[in-house]
Design a protein around this ligand. Structure first.
Ligand code: FDA
Ligand code: NAD
Length: 434
C-alpha cells in the first residue's frame, strides 16, 4: 500500500480543520506540505448549518454555500481553494490506527500517512440510544445528526413522511433546534427529555420557561421528566411508536435523537495524556506528545479566565483553537512565541425566529431581566450570572450585534455588581453602558 508523507497533517475534516487550513495559508505553507484527512466526502463546512438552514423546507442551505469560513464572516473555502494552495484534501478516508511513536496514521483501506506535525481535530460523535441497550433503537427512521450524510438521510425521510409525526428525544441543542425545524417542515412534533426543563446545562428555569412557552405556542408538545425506553416498528422495520418510561406511547414516523456527544479520542488511547474526557493540551494546544496538537471538541485546555481545564463543544472555540495551534506551530518554527489562548466561552443557537447568545460562565446567582413572556409580540430578555460580586456570565435573546458585544464585554471584564435588584431593574442597560 502507498505511503505518503506530509510536513503537517490535520486529522479530521470539520470546522477546526478548515480554519486551521486558512491559518496555514495566511502564515505561509508550501504546496504539498499540508494534508487534511477526513472520513467525510466533502471539504470542511460550517457544521452548525446542519441542524438549521440545511433542513429548511424552502431555500435550504446546500454546499458549496456553507463551506468554512463563511460562518464567521470570512471568505468561503470551496474544494478549489485547497487545490490552488497545494493543500491536499484526502476525503472519504477514515483513519483506523494512529501510531504517535512512529508518526504514522493508517486508513481503513490500509494506506499510510506519515507526518512531522499532527493536529488532532476528530471532533465528537453522537451518543446512541443503542449504547444503553434501548429496545428497538436500531429501527429505520431513527436519526442522529452529526455529519452531512446524517442530514441527507433526514432530508429524505422528511420528504417520504410528509406532514407526519416526529418525536424528538433530548432537550439540549439538537432537541431544541430539531423540534423547531421539524415543526417548520409541518410535522406534528413532540419533544421528550428527562430533566425538569430544557437545556439544563446552560439555561436557568426562568430562561427555559420562555423557550418552552414559545415552542408550545408554535405547536410543539413537550413531555418532561421521562425517557424513551423502547421503539415499536412495522413490518418494514420502520419506527412507528416511542415507548416512554412513564408508560405513555407516542406515535412516530420519524424520531430524532440528541442525547449528547462524545469526543473522538479513542485512536489515541494510552498514547497521549487525557483529562476530563478530552486530550489534554496547554494554552498553545500542544499535547504531552512532541509535535502532536489537539483542537476543537477533543481538546481539554487551560481556560485562563477561570483558571481551570475545560473542554468546549462549540464552533467558536473550534475555529479559534485551530487558529491558535497553527500560529503556535509557525511561531515555534521561527523561534518566536505567541500569547497563551485566553478564551471567553461563547455559545449561541437559533430556532424559529429566535436567536440567543451566551458569553462567560453559568455559575453563581442569576437575575432575569427584560420581557420573557412567550406571548409577547416581540419578546427580548436576558440573564446575568453573578459570582463573588462580579458578573461572570450573560445571556441575551434577540440582541442586536452591539448589544451582544456589550454582554460579551461584561462577561469578559467581569464587571462588579453592587445590588442584584438594581441589576434586574437596569437589565441590558447595565451592559450597554460599560
Ligand atoms: P467536527 O465534528 O466539526 O469535525 C471532526 C471531523 O473529523 C469530521 O469531519 C469527522 O468526519 C472527522 N473524523 C473523525 N474521526 C475521524 C477518523 N478516524 N478519520 C478521519 N476523519 C475523522 N456549535 C455552536 O457553537 N453553535 C451551533 O449552532 C452549533 N450547531 C451544531 C449543529 C450540529 C448538527 C452539530 C453536530 C454541532 C453543532 N455545533 C454548534 C457544535 C460545533 O459544530 C462543533 O463544536 C464543531 O464542529 C467542532 O469542530 P471540530 O473540528 O472539533 O469537529
Ligand atoms: P446536549 O448535551 O446539548 O443535550 C443532551 C440532552 O439529552 C440533555 O439535555 C438531556 O435532555 C437529553 N438526554 C440525555 N439522556 C437522555 C435520554 N436517555 N433520553 C432522552 N433525553 C436524554 O447534546 P445534543 O443536543 O445531543 O448535542 C450534541 C452536540 O452537538 C453537542 O456537542 C452540542 O454542543 C452540539 N450542538 C451544538 C449546537 C449549538 O451550539 N447551537 C447545536 C446543535 C448541536
Amino acid at each position: 500500500m502507498a505511503e505518503k508523507h506530509f510536513k503537517y497533517v490535520v486529522l479530521g475534516g470539520g470546522v477546526a480543520a478548515g480554519y486551521a487550513a486558512r491559518e496555514f495559508a495566511k502564515q505561509g505553507v508550501k504546496p504539498g506540505e499540508l494534508a487534511i484527512i477526513s472520513k467525510e466526502a466533502v471539504a470542511p463546512y460550517e457544521r452548525p448549518a446542519l441542524s438549521k438552514a440545511y433542513l429548511f423546507p424552502e431555500g435550504a442551505a446546500r454546499l458549496p454555500g456553507f463551506h468554512v469560513c463563511v460562518g464567521s464572516g470570512g471568505e468561503r473555502l470551496p474544494p478549489e481553494w485547497y487545490a490552488e494552495k497545494g493543500i491536499e484534501l484526502i476525503l472519504n478516508t477514515e483513519i483506523v490506527k494512529a501510531d504517535l511513536a512512529s508518526k504514522t496514521l493508517t486508513s481503513a483501506s490500509g494506506a499510510s500517512f506519515k507526518y512531522d506535525i499532527l493536529i488532532i481535530a476528530t471532533g465528537s460523535t453522537v451518543i446512541r440510544l443503542s449504547d444503553f441497550g434501548v429496545q428497538g433503537a436500531d429501527s429505520k427512521n431513527i436519526f442522529y445528526l452529526r455529519e452531512i450524510d446524517d442530514a441527507d438521510k433526514l432530508v429524505e425521510a422528511i420528504k417520504a413522511k410528509k406532514n407526519g409525526k416526529a418525536v424528538i428525544v433530548g432537550g439540549g441543542y439538537i432537541g431544541l433546534e430539531l423540534s423547531a425545524v421539524m415543526k417548520i417542515n409541518n410535522f406534528d412534533v413532540t419533544m421528550v427529555y428527562p430533566e425538569p426543563w430544557c437545556m439544563p446545562r446552560l439555561f436557568t428555569a426562568g430562561i427555559a420557561a420562555f423557550y418552552e412557552g414559545y415552542y408550545a405556542k408554535k405547536g410543539v408538545k413537550i413531555i418532561k421528566g421521562t425517557v424513551a425506553v423502547g421503539f415499536d416498528s412495522d413490518a418494514n422495520g420502520e419506527v412507528k411508536a416511542v415507548k416512554l418510561k412513564d408508560g405513555r406511547v407516542l406515535d412516530a414516523d420519524i424520531v430524532v435523537v440528541g442525547v449528547g456527544g462524545r469526543p473522538l479520542t479513542k485512536l489515541f488511547k494510552g498514547q497521549v495524556e487525557e483529562e476530563k474526557g478530552g486530550i489534554k493540551t496547554d494554552g498553545f494546544f500542544r499535547t504531552n506528545v512532541p509535535d502532536v496538537y489537539a483542537v476543537g471538541d477533543v481538546a481539554t485546555f487551560p481556560m485562563k479566565l477561570y483558571n481551570e481545564m475545560r473542554r468546549v463543544e462549540h464552533v467558536d472555540h473550534a475555529r479559534k483553537s485551530a487558529e491558535q495551534a497553527v500560529k503556535a506551530i509557525k511561531a515555534s518554527e521561527e523561534g518566536k512565541t505567541i500569547d497563551e489562548y485566553d478564551y471567553l466561552p461563547y455559545f449561541y443557537s437559533r430556532s424559529f425566529d429566535l436567536s440567543w447568545q451566551f458569553y462567560g460562565d453559568n455559575v453563581g446567582d442569576t437575575v432575569l431581566f427584560g420581557d420573557s413572556d412567550p406571548a409577547s409580540p416581540k419578546p427580548k430578555f436576558g440573564s446575568y450570572w453573578i459570582k463573588d460580586g462580579k458578573i461572570v456570565g450573560a445571556f441575551l435573546e434577540s440582541g442586536t450585534p452591539d448589544e451582544n458585544k456589550a454582554i460579551a464585554k461584561v462577561a469578559r471584564i467581569q464587571t462588579p455588581v453592587e445590588s442584584l435588584d438594581q441589576l434586574t431593574k437596569e437589565g441590558l442597560t447595565f451592559a450597554c453602558k460599560i
